[in-house]
Design a protein around this ligand. Structure first.
Ligand code: 3Y8
Ligand code: NAP
Length: 249
């Protein structure tokens, strides 16, 4: 009997959980515990860190996990690195369910930067109205550019003072719509959109909205991850599950 652990937190992880529930597979979805009320899932959920690689190895062994699916967000680099090391140590087959990076299309005005510090540096200069669609975890780094008015989109209401002196907060979780994101940009007089190259459909609306409004996008490229087996479709995960079961790997 297969026993699958999904490292979740993305639209694709939710879709996979749905499919495994329909097939009556034994599976658990894991959240880091980043937000107050993560989306309900049709399979059992565990929440919180494992305690590094060793904690993950212990979880895999104690719970007799037979297959590990890393369906975390492309920027969840630490979790993904731990999954590669932990699966190897525990001898558990691993596949990553990732989404291809977004590519600019005609009409896009992107400036690509390699990481969040480079995005902060790229915002040097006169005051602008910046749609910072990066969530909560990296706001403090942008305090180095306090001259801007920031429009922040967060999953949960901020707790305590924001690290940015001049900011408007929008509390909203995705997936988002083009018309909704266009309204946000028009209502707040956005000059530039700053976002991560998350890929997928859950956050791509802001790219289409920026294109329609002729707004520039500061696009943060993904962190480099260790090599691992990657698929882009939920159906490929099911094929991998059936295939690796046959090979007994
Ligand atoms: C806790 C679990 C689903 C999953 C939905 C996807 C789509 C909506 C778009 C913008 C960009 C951002 C942020 C975003 C999106 C999906 C997906 C995605 C981006 C939830 C969720 C968890 C998180 C964590 C959260 C981060 C933050 C990032 C907001 C659930 C809703 C900006 C990433 O407040 C915080 O601490 C938020 C932290 C990590 C990035 C950051 O650095 O702050 N996601 N997001 C997961 C856990 O605990 O393990 O409630 O479902 C999941 C989703 N967020 O099933 O519908 O698939 O990517 N999430 C980014 O892409 O830039 C918002 O505003 O335009
Ligand atoms: P991260 O920086 O790669 O991970 C930091 C630590 O958080 C990990 O070492 C692990 O703790 C714990 N962790 C992360 N994801 C986990 C999961 N799914 N289950 C259990 N523990 C997890 O991760 P992150 O960027 O903070 O992302 C956290 C969660 O938010 C992930 O589920 C991710 O898919 C989701 N998310 C992130 C983004 C983003 O922009 N980063 C966007 C959308 C969704 P231990 O070392 O203690 O095991």
């Amino acid at each position: 009997m297969r026993n699958i652990l999904i490292l979740g937190g993305t639209t694709e992880a939710t879709a996979l959980a749905q499919l495994l529930a329909e097939r009556r597979e034994r599976a658990v979805l894991s959240y880091a515990g980043r937000v107050d009320s993560p989306r309900a899932q049709p399979i059992p959920v565990r929440t919180g860190g494992f305690g590094g690689v060793q904690g993950l190895v212990e979880y895999l062994c104690v719970n007799n996990v037979t297959h590990l699916v890393d369906a975390t967000h492309p920027f969840a680099a630490q979790m993904s690195a731990n999954a590669v090391a932990g699966a190897r140590q525990a001898g558990v087959p691993l596949v990553a369910l990732t989404r291809p990076a977004w590519q600019p299309v005609p009409g896009d005005d992107w400036q690509r930067v390699p990481d969040i510090p480079a995005a902060v540096q790229a915002l040097a200069g006169g005051s602008r109205r910046i749609f910072l669609a990066l969530g909560r975890m990296h706001l403090a780094e942008f305090a180095a550019q306090p001259q801007h008015h920031y429009i922040l989109r967060l999953v949960d209401p901020p707790v305590g003072r924001l690290p940015l002196p001049d900011a408007t907060v929008i509390v909203s979780r995705g997936p988002f719509t083009v018309e909704g994101d266009r309204e946000v940009m028009q209502d707040h007089g956005v000059d530039i959109v700053v976002c991560k190259n998350a890929g997928g459909d859950g956050a791509s609306a802001k790219l289409a909205a920026a294109r329609e409004l002729g707004l520039p996008v500061l696009m943060i490229d993904r962190p480099v991850l260790p090599p691992r087996r990657e698929v882009h479709e939920v159906a490929e995960v099911l094929e991998w599950l059936d295939h690796s079961a046959n090979l007994g790997v």
